[in-house]
Design a protein around this ligand. Structure first.
Ligand code: SAM
Length: 273
């Protein structure tokens, strides 16, 4: 088949822009270049791969899983069905955490742990942006941890990995704990494409979505150095509850909540004073 025929095939099932994205990825062209090479014959392996991708997209599989990658903070992360697709809001968590680190611990060698690392997007990005950090990525899912390990390899990031249930069996002390834990309450209505494709282990939490904030904040004292930063992504209605949990379990702290670009309460930063 030539490119023109591939476009016609794709358009039977998908929007033109989806076809363009798939072909760009498959052929390594930018979308304009595709239309300059319409007569080019594409080898059979690629044609079969393309047809498979078209079917997956037509069946509402998220495009990031179909392509097997996502851009997070300017870095290419491999993703598959074993991990949450990294979100824009989490880029904001990383960006603000880097600012807090610079403010609280300028030019210091630091230890950080990313709890519920999924694809490793948070921990690996922190390491790539601040080489003073020694980063551990932890997840309870060995399949997710394998994705994170693959990303660390692909992105050439020196990261420690731990399979575990949050801080239960961790004895090391850290300067920074960061987490985007599951925080959707079990009866909350979410988009079908999310519910039907992304791992439920990455999405849902009991106690109205607060289970992991309670778990992390109640357990973390043993794992924190005297001077510390905790950075948490939260659901937009969870600000007050998470702030209350922070004060319930930790003394001598300052707690700040930041909004995301959609003006929703999204990040909690807790640091020692
Ligand atoms: C919301 S996802 C976040 C993934 C990634 N950090 C991100 O920001 O895109 C939550 C992650 O927590 C992990 N998780 C769920 N329960 C856990 C537990 N008890 N201990 C450690 N990780 C857990 C899930 O496997 C999932 O990878």
């Amino acid at each position: 088949m030539n490119i023109s025929e591939l476009i016609a095939y794709g358009k039977k099932y998908l929007h033109t822009n989806q076809v363009n994205i798939l072909l760009s990825e498959l052929l390594g062209y930018n979308p304009l270049e595709i239309y300059l090479h319409l007569e080019n014959i594409i080898d059979e392996d690629k044609v079969n791969k393309y047809k498979k991708m078209v079917k997956e997209l037509a069946n509402n599989k998220p495009i990031q899983y179909v392509l097997g990658n996502v851009n997070f903070y300017g870095l290419p992360f491999y993703v598959d069905e074993n991990v949450l697709i990294p979100r824009f809001e989490t880029e904001e968590l990383v960006e603000n955490t880097l600012k807090y680190i610079n403010k609280l611990f300028p030019n210091k060698d630091l230890k950080a742990i990313d709890l519920g690392c999924g694809s490793g997007n948070i921990g690996i990005t922190l390491k790539k942006m601040n080489d003073n950090l020694r980063v551990t990525c932890l997840d309870i899912s060995d399949k997710a941890l394998n994705v994170a390990k693959k990303n660390a390899r692909l992105l050439n990031a020196d990261i420690d990995f731990v399979l575990g249930d949050m801080l239960d069996n961790i004895n090391t002390k850290y300067d920074i704990i960061i987490s985007n834990p599951p925080y959707i309450s079990e009866n909350e209505k979410i988009e079908d494409i999310v519910r039907d494709n992304e791992p439920h282990l990455a999405l849902y939490a009991s106690d109205n979505g607060l289970y992991f904030y309670n778990k992390i904040l109640s357990e973390c004292k043993k794992n924190l150095n005297d001077k510390f930063l905790i950075a948490l992504e939260i659901g937009m209605t969870q600000k007050e509850d998470v702030i209350n949990l922070a004060h319930k379990y930790l003394d001598n702290i300052r707690v700040e909540c930041l909004k995301d670009l959609s003006n929703k309460d999204r990040m909690i930063f807790i640091y020692s004073v």
